[in-house]
Design a protein around this ligand. Structure first.
Ligand SMILES: Cc1ncc(COP(=O)(O)O)c(C=O)c1O
Length: 376
């Protein structure tokens, strides 16, 4: 059997990884400024993380959500504590798309309504409702196309109010910082207005923090820069440092009933072990603060590079937009300088490293970038 060919691949086979570095089968070491697509939070193969999952696997790897699982409660407690959402409830699932799918479903159950408002350049995943509210018609199948939805420009308060006034909106979904949209930060005033308008028109505000959450922005959640408290927050990616886990943080006004949401694998022991290890490491190593400090350092270092047209983002979620396509630069960074970076669109490099990144590693990247730019 062959693989279903949906991914364009770099010609690199990672063999091992430690903290911010990946080593391939030829023994070549790469600096990882891509974090496996914003997934690696506490660094590759962190010893506490490896120990926690290994020990758990030696005890029990899986049962089901029909028995008590104190690890889920420990995870919820620690997440509440670190994020400042102690009063919210946690529902666990396995991926980002699934987190958003459940968030949208919960909003629809709660309001009895079905329309979703979403924004230009958004990405929310590839399951049915999540992909329907993603601004990329190419990945929306006719089946997904049946979801009732309204696409609006980001940061346009009056367009949002006009759409909400109609009265059929279950939820407004917005990323804390747009990822695939190119590290675009919603204006704090817009998020504040969205919070107030959702309350006024009885719609649910969903903050997709799948990419921008878990410390990546330099706060636990990017929306905390806008000082809002959304009704539902979706998380995944950094939550498990590579172990598949996702979840939604749910305001106490939502009342659950048995069977309302559910999943076979969500919240399994191994995922909880990964999730707890991540939170413990983030706390002891102060990784949210590190993301802010090293991110700000990176922003200051790239500010003087003349070829960069626009710099966007916060913490260690940074978009560098150029006037020209960057495919060649990205390849040169990878193959000549041995540095992994992300991309968005044709002209923007995305920096999404582990939150353990250091200032000397930033210096190394900036020197390499300048070298590559001077070649082209
Ligand atoms: C903002 C955002 N939402 C949702 C998703 C979907 O997550 P997953 O690929 O885990 O389903 C992603 C993935 O890139 C994302 O960046």
């Amino acid at each position: 059997m062959k693989l279903f060919d949906v991914y364009p691949l770099f010609d690199i086979v990672p063999a091992s990884a430690i903290n911010c570095y990946i080593t391939d089968y030829n023994g070549v070491e790469y600096l990882d400024l891509y974090g496996g697509h914003a997934v690696i939070s506490v660094g590759h193969s962190h010893p506490d993380y490896v120990k926690k999952i290994t020990e758990q696997l030696n005890r029990i790897g899986f049962y089901s959500n029909s028995v008590q699982n104190p690890m889920q409660e420990e995870l919820a407690f620690k997440l509440g504590e670190l994020s400042g959402y102690q009063d919210y409830a946690l529902f666990l699932c396995n991926s980002g798309a699934e987190a958003n799918e459940n968030a949208l479903k919960l909003a629809s159950f709660h309001t009895g309504k079905a329309r979703i408002i979403y924004f230009e350049k958004s990405f929310h995943g590839r399951t049915s409702a999540a992909v329907a509210v993603t601004d990329n018609p190419k990945i929306i199948s006719p089946l997904n196309d049946t979801v009732r939805r309204t696409l609006l420009p980001l940061n346009d308060v009056s367009a949002l109010e006009s759409a909400l006034q109609i009265g059929d909106v279950a939820a407004v979904i917005v990323e804390g910082i747009q990822g695939i949209g190119g590290c675009r930060v919603p204006e704090p005033a817009f998020l504040k207005a969205a919070e107030q308008l959702c309350e006024k028109y009885e719609a649910v505000l969903i903050l997709d923090e799948i990419q921008s959450g878990y410390g990546r922005s330099g706060k636990f959640f990017a929306h905390q820069y806008a000082d809002i408290r959304p009704d539902i927050i979706s998380v995944a990616k950094g939550m498990g440092n590579g172990f598949p886990i996702g979840g939604i943080l749910i305001n106490p006004k939502f009342k659950p009933w048995f069977g309302m949401l559910g999943t076979t694998f969500g919240g399994n022991y191994l995922a909880c072990a990964a999730g707890i290890a991540v939170l413990d490491i983030m706390k002891t190593e102060k990784l949210v603060d590190n993301a802010l400090a090293v991110g700000n350092y990176l922003l200051s270092k790239v500010a003087g590079i003349p070829q960069i047209k626009e710099i966007r983002g916060k913490g260690l979620m940074i978009g560098l937009e150029f006037d020209f396509p960057i495919a060649t630069i990205r390849k040169q960074l990878l193959y000549d300088e041995k540095i992994f970076t992300g991309v968005t669109g044709t002209n923007t490099i995305r920096i999404l490293p582990p939150l353990t990144l250091t200032k000397p590693q930033v210096d190394h990247f900036v020197e390499a970038l300048v070298r590559v730019l001077n070649k082209s």
